[in-house]
Every structure is written in C-alpha cells, then in structure tokens.
Design a protein around this ligand. Structure first.
Ligand code: GLN
Length: 446
C-alpha cells in the first residue's frame, strides 16, 4: 500500500533519499509469519515508517543529505531504529533533509529539495522536511525526525501534521549523526496526536549508550489522552504574537485559543523577555558544537575521500571542500571562529549565559501556567528558492522554535487551520519531561 502511494506521488513530493522496497517486503512477510505462528502483535505492528537520513540504519545508506556520506553504509542501527524494529514497524526508506540538519527548507539537501504536498511549489520546511512531506502525502504512516532548533516542529507546521520535540534526553541520540549535541533530539512526525503518543511510547526511555539520556520512568502517554483540559492555565508570550509574525497566523492562534477556552481552559498574556536574543545565541552555540562534531569528517574515517588528494593535508582539505555544501561550511567557519581563543569569552561563553536566562524565563512562566502556546513559525511555508540566497532571513524563521530548544523543554506543533491554502501550526510548549500534558492538550484541541 505504502509503495503504491509512493509510486503515485513521490515524483512530485521527492521526500525520500533511499527506498528499501526489497527489505521492507521481506520484513513484512516475516512479521506475517510470526503472527501466523502465534506471535504477539504490538500496537505498531506492520506499520510502514520512514526515518530521517541522519539516523543510522544497519546496511542501509545513511547520507545526512550530504555528498560526504553518499557512500556510507552503517554497520549498526540507531537505538530508535532498533526500538521501532522491536515494535514491529517496517522501515520503508530514508527521508530527505537539509545537509547535516542545517537549514529550515530542505533546500540545503545536497541531492534535491523535497516539495510541500499541499502545493509543490512551496518548501516542506526543514530540516526534517522529507519526514514531514512523506507523512503529509501518505507515503508512510509516520516518520522520525530530529529537532535541534525547530526541525521537527517547523516542517510539521508547514505540512499540516503533528510534530513533537521531546524533552532533551528523553529519547536516545545513539546513532543520530550529531549536529549540535546539547540540542539535538529525535521525535515523531505523525498525522495525529494519538499516533504521536504511540510513537513516543515506543522510542522514549533511558539508553546506557547515550550519556545524556535521562534516567526517568516513562509514563503511559496513551492514558494521558483523556480529552479533559478543564482548569488548564495557558500562558501566551507577547513576544510570540508581536511584530514579525504574520497577522493571519496570529488570527489562527487566537481562534485556537478560543477553542481551548470552550474546553474549559483559560489564557493570559505572559512574557519571555530574553526571546529576542535566542536566535543569535543559538547560531553561535549550534555552529560551535557543529564545528567540533563535524571534525570527524576528514576523508579517512567515514564517507568519501577526494580522488584528487596527493598528500595527507590534501585528503582533509579536498575531501572537505568537495564533500560539504555551502551552509555546512558557513557553520563550521562560524563555529571555529567563535571557539577560537580570544573570542571564546565574547561569543561562546556569552551565548551560554543567554541560554541560561532563556531557560529561566520559561521556568518563571511555568510557576503559574501549565502550558505555553503560540505559533510554531511566523509564516506559513514559503516558495522554493524564495529565501535560499539569504541565510539571515532563513535563520529568522526559527525565532519561535529556538528558545524551546535552548531550554531543553518539550513542544508539539499541531495543525490549526490554513492561510492562503497552506497549513499553519500551533506550538504548545510544556514543562521538562511533561510530554503527557502536551499530548493531552494537543489531543483535546485536535
Ligand atoms: N533551522 C535551524 C537550523 O538551521 C534548525 C535546524 C534543526 O533543528 N536541525 O539550524
């Protein structure tokens, strides 16, 4: 069924980098046999899924949408991939993204951009754009994405689906190719909130292979979907509804708040005063971490080595200049600069301090409110090519998702209507490790 749909729409959506039909069919047959011989079926039994191409899959090419890794065939599965196999899902293939998850439109993929299924002239968002497009187009039942500064929530908003970024540390990062290790988090992209709860249940939990993985008990997320949000106190940050946010998007958010009020919730305006510094702090911190993480791509250990190299220095220089795309190079340079001695205190350290202030902003609001709500992105999706020449404008699209990433707290984007024929996302932000409340409110709203 999944492959029939892919046959119909993939030439327009272009969500996949690798399709794995043979193994998927074999896995499906094996599951059928298990069932026929009395084996038990999990809630996710037999469902076709897609994996963002920055999570390693044993024997299945994992490129991070980079030329550098175009020949990389991992010898192990990421923890999330093993967990989904254990939950009896079937991996259909690997999904497109911005190279090394750096970007917000999928246009930074070294191979091809993906298209928004609602209007194929528009971007699906990014960096998990392939994941969002594949789910929205019905090519897979659900997908995994990763979110460093908004890369699950923003594409979910642009494609009209549900995207959940869990609390930092709730889902293992083992086998996720690192972009900015203190921010990266894997999460579900699904058609509805119930599926999101099922998928989170399957992938959350402590993993000894990830030293930042949280040692916490995982609640029953399905049980949280009670439909009851009476008495819920919502905070709406004035910074998320101000200048720079499309008035039509704001209108949709206000309509959504009315729906939540009709279900028994109340809302008030709140303030997150350090939000305006979030984008600057993020691009310093994320680029710094990226410059250190990407040092392992040297033409020796992984991926492609330049054919033109004649000595060791050439191997590094040429493999990197041929293997990385322009956005990745920009971030490596920015990060190396920020970390260099003499600049460290002025940039990296200062950004770390801003990060703490942003975290405290959220903690203060959560003393009085159960949940924070605002738009996921300032506008609906933009046209392919419209912003690709202008990295700064592109960076500003993340203004509403980045603060949450810096604070390490969970947030979910749920569809809340259309503007100009394109979907708009409502962002719900929760307390650390309180995914249950987020899912409950999102489910009641949907
Ligand atoms: N768009 C942001 C960036 O380019 C976020 C990316 C992400 O979350 N992976 O860094």
């Amino acid at each position: 069924q999944s492959f029939a749909r892919i046959q119909d729409v993939e030439s327009k959506v272009r969500a996949f980098l690798t399709l794995d039909e043979e193994n998927a069919r074999a896995a499906a047959q094996q599951l059928d046999e298990q069932l026929a011989t009395g084996g038990a079926a999990s809630p996710l039994f037999g469902l076709p899924i897609g994996i963002k191409d920055n999570m390693v899959t044993e024997g299945l090419t994992t490129t991070c949408a980079s030329k550098f890794l175009s020949n990389y065939n991992p010898i192990y599965d990421a923890t999330v991939v093993s967990k989904l196999k254990a939950a009896q899902t079937i991996t259909i293939g690997k999904l497109n993204m911005d190279e090394f998850a750096m970007g917000g439109s999928n246009e930074n993929s070294a191979f091809h951009p993906s298209h928004n299924p609602w209007n194929t002239e528009y971007v699906p968002g990014g960096s998990s754009g392939g994941s969002a497009a594949a789910v929205a187009a019905g090519e897979v039942y659900f997908a995994l994405g990763s979110d460093t500064g908004g890369s699950i929530r923003q594409p979910a908003a642009y494609c009209g689906i549900v995207g959940l970024k869990p609390t930092y540390g709730l889902v293992s990062r083992y086998g996720l190719v690192a972009f900015a290790s203190s921010l990266d988090q894997i999460g579900p992209l699904t058609k509805n909130v119930e599926d999101s709860a099922y998928l989170l249940q399957a992938i959350a939990g402590h993993d000894p292979k990830d030293s930042t993985s949280a040692k916490v008990d995982i609640p029953d997320y399905l049980k949280a979907l009670t439909g009851d949000i009476k008495g819920l106190r919502i905070g709406v940050p004035q910074e998320y509804m101000g200048k720079g946010v499309d008035p039509a998007v704001k209108e949709k958010v206000l309509e959504a708040l009315k729906v939540l009020e009709s279900l028994g919730a109340t809302w008030e305006e709140v303030t997150l005063p350090h939000s305006e510094y979030a984008v600057a702090a993020y691009y310093l911190l994320a680029s710094s971490e990226a410059s250190s993480n990407l040092a392992r791509f040297d033409g020796i250990r992984y991926g492609v080595r330049s054919d033109n190299a004649r000595n060791l220095l050439d191997v590094y220089n040429m493999s990197r200049s041929e293997g990385f795309g322009p956005e990745v190079k920009r971030r490596i340079m920015l990060g190396t600069y920020a970390l260099s001695s003499g600049y460290y205190d002025a940039y990296y350290l200062k950004a770390q301090k801003v990060r703490t202030l942003i975290k405290q902003d959220f903690e203060q609001v959560f003393e009085k409110y159960d949940i924070i709500i605002g738009p996921t992105a300032p506008t609906p999706a933009f046209k392919i090519g419209e912003q690709s020449g202008d990295p700064l404008t592109m960076y500003l699209n993340d203004i509403l998702t980045i603060p949450v990433s810096l604070a390490g707290i969970p947030a979910i984007s749920v569809p809340c209507g259309f503007v100009g024929g394109l979907p708009v996302g409502l962002q719900m932000i929760g307390k650390a490790l309180d995914e249950a409340t987020l899912l409950r409110v999102a489910h009641a709203f949907e």
